[in-house]
Design a protein around this ligand. Structure first.
Ligand code: CAA
Length: 645
């Protein structure tokens, strides 16, 4: 046997162990080797049952995503799954870690499934813009029912072993010694003479004739702009309406359509981007990082309660320091409100809320923060105030502690001067212009040490965020340029509601003008505004004209692309990827478009440049001069992301 697959015998039970680190993805080599092993075991006279288990940290986490977009290699994943479906002997999938995508589809083709208590099972394909293409849309509804299957497939969120058992997805929860427990289970199957149950032979019945229509209706808003959820519903409908083989054919057809779609390409770009972005340019992967157990959050600028809860949610001790009792009470009441909301939505239990709250220690004394591993100043963006607080924290912090500033305005050097430890100073931005987000922008100053920076980047990951390394305030610069363009659009003749409509139709969750009003009021068109704008434009000698939605979209998009190219040139962002992750995870850019630079690549940079030149004719070189990077790439017929994506 190869290193990828090994077989051990336990009486009449053969255990096939897959070993393809890091996540046992079903690569071509693994598929070939697994089919070869199974072929031998299917005919071996002394083998009565076959267990499929995995080495390492997890059961199979899916198809090998790196093979996506390349010419298909035979046997493909559906070939392997259908081969297993025809097994002449009882087969048992023994799951630990995560059984995801093709991994769960392979398990569904086994006659039995068992899983450890901590295991998670899911079909996350929808998050990659595709559908479970190896029989998942056909077998899952047959096994657990149409509605639970649609819920799993559309959310892409894995479920626990306990829930899987409740739904009938697994046949038992086993001990953590997976192979021994699975052999025991297999032996009991043999001893009891339990019949082999082929999921493909079950019938998927519809509990309610309106089910598919209802899912289509509820998905229309929930998945606006995405393609895959709707094709998933179509595929599952096939499980009810068609015989298994024809349902599989329909699933395959829809899978191919999705795989070739721009939405899926963009979603896969984001999947890999989220992982690649953790590799910090100029810092070796093996740079040691420090352990951060206790955090001090100092100040009460906007967003401080969200910052404190981020840490408490990740099981870290938080010291919340404010200047006055009043400020402290306000921050604490926001924290309590947000946890009460999480409890009422069923996201956390009351007990979990209590323990998270217990981790937050409010105080008026800086001194209580002296043991913190990381101290973050969160005072309003006034340079002298920020410097004063950092100087205070520098004096009390222990020698190895990291200091962080939440500024989105001042460069780190101007703050570093106030401390005796510029190597330990970083910038941390927890929320983008859209409020709470998954983004953690980590700013590295010229003197920040590799170790301190690697530590906060790793921290981002443990907070469940996408940490992006930058040298300046990238999100703020990008959004400031877009804001400038939206104002210029309304001066030219567009109304705020036109701009908002163009942006939401492009895929942003909210338009830029509605966003600015969001916390005070609900944005509604105001007829009086048109008159005011007419006067304003006239005062500035601008002849108002009709501005199409296409022009609005293009100007908002290309202004960001141009600013991003400028930021790359200036070194504030090191890679196009950093910009795309910031825009998708912090600024509301639609995920299914992959980020502004990925999207610009799809359009072609020569075309993007041509648009910019056209806007320059209208608005002048001050606003619209293609950045040198755009000029160069357009001339070379190049792209932000050379090579296959
Ligand atoms: N194929 C190839 N590589 C994969 C992979 C996959 N399916 N899943 C993860 N990896 C790689 C990651 O890119 C990463 O590589 P690097 O270390 O080189 O960056 C490495 O495995 C570890 O991944 P994570 O950093 O994400 O590790 P984690 O422990 O945080 O999470 C995980 C592990 C839960 C499995 C997570 O990686 C994940 O969700 N993976 C995607 C699973 C998935 O979407 N599977 C469905 C694929 S589609 C399919 O199977 C069906 C089909 O019909 C085609």
């Amino acid at each position: 046997m190869s290193d990828l697959v090994s077989v051990t015998r336990h009486g009449g039970v053969a255990v096939v162990s897959l070993n393809n680190p890091p996540v046992n993805a079903l690569s071509h080599a693994l598929r070939v080797t697994l089919i070869a092993s199974l072929t031998e075991l299917f005919v071996a006279a002394d083998v009565q049952a076959i267990v499929i288990a995995c080495e390492g940290r997890t059961f199979i986490a899916g198809a090998d995503i790196r093979e996506f977009g390349k010419p298909p290699l035979v046997p493909d994943l559906p070939d392997l799954v259908e081969f297993l479906d025809g097994a002449p002997k009882p087969t048992i999938a023994a799951i630990h870690g995560t059984a995801l995508g093709g991994g769960l589809e392979l398990a569904l083709a086994c006659h039995f499934r068992v899983a450890t208590e901590s295991a998670k099972l899911g079909l996350p394909e929808v998050t990659l813009g595709i559908l479970p293409g190896a029989g998942g849309t056909q077998r899952l509804p047959r096994l657990i029912g149409v509605k639970p299957a649609l819920d799993m497939i559309l959310s892409g969120t894995p479920i626990s072993a306990a829930r899987a058992q409740q739904l009938g997805l697994i046949d038992g929860v086993i001990a953590d010694q997976v192979k021994d427990a699975a052999v025991e289970f297999a032996s009991s199957v043999l001893a009891q003479g339990r019949p082999r149950r082929r999921v493909s032979e079950l019938t998927a019945t519809l509990e309610d004739a309106d089910t598919f229509k209802a899912y289509e209706r509820s998905s229309a808003e929930r998945f606006r702009g995405f393609l895959a959820p709707f094709r998933c519903i179509d595929a599952v409908r096939g499980a009810v309406e068609l015989p298994f083989a024809q349902g599989l054919e329909r699933e395959r057809e829809l899978f191919k359509q999705l795989m070739a779609s721009p939405e899926s390409k963009a979603q896969r770009h984001v999947f890999f981007g989220e992982r690649e972005v953790a590799k910090i340019p100029g810092i070796a992967d093996d740079t040691p990082s420090r352990s951060l157990k206790s955090i001090a959050v100092v100040g009460t600028a906007g967003g401080v309660s969200g910052i404190a809860t981020s840490f408490a949610d990740a099981r870290m001790a938080v010291t919340l320091v404010a200047d006055t009792q009043d400020q402290l009470d306000r921050a604490l009441s926001q924290i309590r409100e947000s946890y009460a909301d999480a409890v009422s939505r069923g996201r956390i239990s009351q007990a979990e809320r209590d323990s998270r709250l217990d981790r937050i220690r409010p105080t008026l004394l800086d001194d209580d923060a002296r043991d913190a591993d990381l101290l973050i100043e969160c005072v309003p963006d006034e340079l002298s105030d920020k410097q004063a607080v950092l100087a205070r924290l520098d004096r009390i912090a222990k020698p190895n502690a990291i200091l962080a500033s939440s500024t989105t305005l001042w460069n780190l050097e101007s703050l570093a001067e106030a401390t005796s430890r510029p190597a330990e100073l970083v910038g941390l931005h927890f929320s983008g212009p859209f409020g709470p987000s998954r983004l953690l922008e980590c700013v590295r100053g010229p003197r920040t040490s590799a170790e301190a920076f690697a530590t906060v980047m790793k921290l981002g990951r443990s907070l469940g965020r996408v940490a992006v390394p930058v040298r300046g305030h990238v999100a703020r610069r990008l959004m400031a340029r877009r804001r400038e363009e939206t104002l210029s659009l309304v001066e030219d003749g567009a109304l705020p509601e036109d701009v908002d409509r163009a942006m939401t139709e492009f895929g942003y969750p909210i338009g830029p003008f509605a966003l600015e009003l969001e916390r005070s009021a609900r944005a509604t068109p105001d007829p009086a505004l048109a008159t005011l704008l007419e006067r304003h434009s006239a005062r500035h000698g601008i002849v108002r004209r009709s501005v199409s939605l296409e022009e609005i979209t293009a100007r908002c998009l290309y202004s960001v692309v141009n600013e991003a190219a400028q930021l790359l040139e200036e070194g504030f962002a090191a890679r196009p990827l950093d910009v795309d992750m910031i825009m998708v995870h912090g600024c509301g850019f639609p995920l299914y478009r992959g980020g502004p630079l990925f999207f610009a690549d799809q359009l072609g940079l020569a075309e993007v440049r041509a648009h910019m030149l056209q806007f320059r004719e209208q608005a002048g070189a001050e606003y619209w001069t293609p950045a040198p990077l755009i000029e160069r790439l357009a001339a070379e017929r190049g792209s932000f992301y050379p090579g296959p994506r």
